[in-house]
Design a protein around this ligand. Structure first.
Ligand code: SAM
Ligand code: SF4
Length: 322
């Protein structure tokens, strides 16, 4: 559907859980209390929301969390979502730790692609960033297996001061494998405010020393705002998602659904439609659709990441879905 600023909104990120098996420092602290299972939308409820979203013109869905694969039945849910009439694309974002054991089910579900988060190849640094859990080797193995299975695979790295030195070795994975490697600028949401942001422009300059022919490409590689660079030496592309330093709100196409059923039109603000309350009060499909339409139509014009006191969203990113 078209919002009041003329943007076409056709993409929804759906968080299926706020729980996670990692504790990335910018996302989820060790002691964050998880929501009770009963307060998370059931898969049936999610499918009702998705059906209403399709009627409003949303055709592409990203399954996220917390870590989506820690929720039982995630692959089955994806299979059901893929079969919903009007759904064109369903992709998943994951930290990769449970990916290998879910690959059969995800491929059988006809998942359209997977984004795997990996902030460092160095194991000490990986554990430093991810709360002392997991391992880079395990994530990398899942990346290789995912590529072997023919799944469209991308890597996401949040760039921080401490892992900026890893950028070259992470980008080199796009040479070895047909994967896009995307560097995400740290956003001042949740625990993102507690860390120092590294400059994506400086990082690009560093990568150009290793791949001097890196040049921008207009190819469309996904649903998001990433801008991409190509080099003859790389199979995949190098992408940047730099929401803070290169604001892209005028072309934003997305809304978010939190695990507790809040429909959020913008990452920056806490305004949301409480779809769980509506669903559990026995609303009919028309009421659900109208509540979603109203909230999406009134999507804010732009974020205020450059003006901290205007950021009203106080939830952790693990509670929103990234
Ligand atoms: N657990 C899954 C994962 O890590 O991919 C899915 C959920 S995670 C919240 C989704 C994405 O949000 C990840 O790529 C993560 O790196 C990113 N993210 C989390 N906090 C962020 C922040 N403050 N700024 C930028 N990206 C962030
Ligand atoms: Fe978990 Fe993903 Fe957040 Fe890391 S970024 S703590 S893996 S939800």
């Amino acid at each position: 559907m078209i919002d009041r600023y003329g943007r076409e909104i056709d993409y929804m990120r759906i968080s299926v859980t706020d729980r996670c098996n990692l504790r990335c420092r910018y996302c989820m602290p060790e002691d964050l209390i998880s929501v009770d299972h009963g307060d998370i939308l059931r898969y049936e409820e999610l499918l009702r929301v998705c059906a209403a979203a399709v009627e409003l013109g949303i055709r592409k869905f990203k399954i996220t969390g917390g870590e989506p694969l820690v929720r039982l039945g995630c692959a089955d849910f994806i299979a059901r979502l893929k079969k919903l009439p009007g759904v064109e694309q369903v992709t998943l974002t994951t930290n990769g730790l449970l990916l290998e054991e879910n690959l059969d089910a995800l491929c059988a579900a006809n998942l359209d692609g997977v984004n795997i988060s990996l902030d460092a190849l160095d194991e000490d640094l990986f554990r430093q960033i991810c709360g002392g859990r997991g391992s880079a080797a395990q994530v990398l193995s899942a990346v290789r297996k995912s590529v072997e299975r023919g799944l469209k695979t991308k890597l996401n790295t949040v760039i921080l001061e401490e892992n900026a030195g890893q950028a070259e070795s992470l980008a080199a994975l796009a040479g070895e494998l047909p994967v896009d490697v995307r560097f995400i600028e740290l956003m001042p949401i949740g625990f993102g405010v507690t860390l120092n942001r590294a400059s994506p422009d400086a990082l690009l300059e560093r990568l150009k020393l290793r791949w001097p022919d890196l040049e921008p490409t207009d190819e469309r590689r996904g649903n998001g705002p990433a801008h991409y660079y190509k080099s003859a030496a790389l199979q995949g592309r190098i992408g940047f998602i730099d929401a803070v330093s290169h604001k892209f709100c005028q072309s934003c196409n997305r809304v978010r659904l939190t695990g507790t059923g809040l429909l959020k039109p913008c990452l920056c603000y806490d305004e949301a439609a409480d779809l769980r309350a509506l669903l559990r009060s026995g609303c009919d499909d028309e009421e659900l659709r109208r509540a979603m339409e109203e909230r999406i139509y009134n999507k804010p014009r732009a974020h205020s990441f450059d003006s901290p006191r205007d950021i009203t969203e106080k939830k952790a990113m693990s509670q929103i879905g990234g």
